[in-house]
Design a protein around this ligand. Structure first.
Ligand code: NAD
Ligand code: IPM
Ligand code: MN
Length: 350
């Protein structure tokens, strides 16, 4: 009997609406030949929902997602509505409610592109750290006006994300680089360093603790020296766009927001945003979305289909087919058609 997965789709805003259908088409083609099916529950949530209803998702939105096997998201954010409203109204609450405390972001060389070979795995803490609601705005409109933003780092939070990173490093035979700033941030970052070191020692994995400023330079200058990176919420966010840009474009970077214990659905999405500057033009790179969908299939246990999807996507790139951000001339649809064609040839029978 074939398995049916229920996946909630939040295409969201901007190019999210363009790259999500590309990924769905690839999954559906593989499902047809791969003995599984996907029931896509399309959720029209995002900025348009906000304009109509004053909220990014229904009040019971999280409850509606709870029964699914995974969530697939495009992007959120639109000019005209403040980003803190759109993101804290949809994506960030989902990550937190479902304890998706690992944000896994691989970066790899794009086949056929000149430059250093790189293969990194950024393991970003995803539910605490610098992203917190603790703080406030005071004295608005007065010369004494100020804002306070607290960071929250917990032993449990640092331990669990480091344990995940250490396990990946052990599988890959590498060491962990821990992104820190314990020279300037004197409470949270020394604590981060201590807990990371304890967990890594326990896991038998070596840690290279690197200050974030020097690490940013090392990403650019010696990307091949980087394997698994464990980073706080904000540092991991910045490093993942940087890593993708070094590989060629942020249009290729995928991510898996994982609840490793599988108590709740995990969420898969491109690293990039809604790209209002190119939205509606049909030129967005769908690689990040397709690769994220491949990570979703892997999480669901469809390893063969996941690999086929990844290979078809990288195969199209190796053959020189690419969207404008990578210097090519393919539209979103043309690139997707090239992936589908490769999947028809190989993937579906795999
Ligand atoms: P962005 O990632 O949307 O775009 C940055 C630059 O990269 C733009 O020039 C854009 O055209 C380009 N780009 C991004 N994805 C691309 C793709 N697939 N193909 C080709 N080019 C691509 O970042 P931004 O401009 O800082 O943010 C735009 C909006 O998206 C904001 O509202 C922001 O808050 C939001 N955002 C949302 C998410 C998310 O939903 N996960 C992530 C990042 C940013
Ligand atoms: C990402 C995004 C989000 C983040 C924003 C939109 C809140 O940049 O997923 O990388 O910082 O987590
Ligand atoms: Mn980001």
């Amino acid at each position: 009997m074939s398995t049916t997965y229920t996946v909630d789709v939040i295409a969201g805003d901007g190019i999210g609406l363009e790259v999500v259908p590309a990924a769905i088409a690839c999954v559906d083609l593989l499902a047809a030949g791969g003995g599984f099916s996907v029931e896509w529950r399309h959720r029209p949530w995002g900025s348009e929902h906000y304009r109509q209803h004053g909220a990014m998702m229904p009040e019971d939105g999280i409850e509606q997602l709870r029964s699914g096997d995974a969530v697939f998201l495009g992007a959120v954010g639109t000019p005209g509505i403040p980003d803190d409203v759109t993101l804290w109204g949809l994506l960030i609450p989902i990550r937190r409610a479902f304890q998706q405390y690992v944000n896994l972001r691989p970066v790899k060389t794009i086949p056929g592109r000149p430059g250093t070979e790189l293969d990194m795995l950024i393991v970003r803490e995803n539910v605490e750290g610098e992203y917190s609601e603790i703080g406030g705005r005071f004295g608005r409109g007065t010369p004494e006006e100020m804002a306070i933003q607290e960071s929250i780092f917990t032993r449990r939070g640092i331990e669990r994300v480091t344990r995940f990173a250490a396990a990946r490093a052990a599988e890959r035979g590498g060491t962990i680089i821990s992104a820190t700033k314990s020279n300037g941030i004197i409470h949270t970052m020394p604590f981060w360093d201590e807990v990371v070191a304890e967990v890594a020692a326990d896991a038998g994995v070596a840690v290279d603790s690197v200050l974030i400023d020097a690490l940013a330079a090392r990403f650019v200058l010696k990307p091949a020296s980087i394997d698994v990176v464990v980073a706080s919420n904000l540092f991991g966010d910045i490093l993942s766009d940087l890593g993708a840009a070094i590989a060629g474009s942020i249009g290729i970077a995928p991510s898996a927001n994982l609840n490793p214990e599988r108590e709740f659905p995990s969420l898969f999405e491109p690293v990039h945003g809604s790209a209002p500057d190119i939205a509606g033009k049909g030129i967005a790179n769908p690689v990040a979305a397709i690769w994220s969908a491949s990570m979703m299939l892997e999480h669901l246990g469809e390893q063969q289909a996941a690999q086929a999807m990844h290979d078809a996507c990288f195969g199209a790139l190796a053959d020189g087919i690419a969207t404008g951000d990578l210097g090519g001339s393919a539209t979103t649809e043309e690139f997707t058609a090239a992936v589908l064609e490769r999947l028809e040839r190989t993937g579906a029978d795999a």
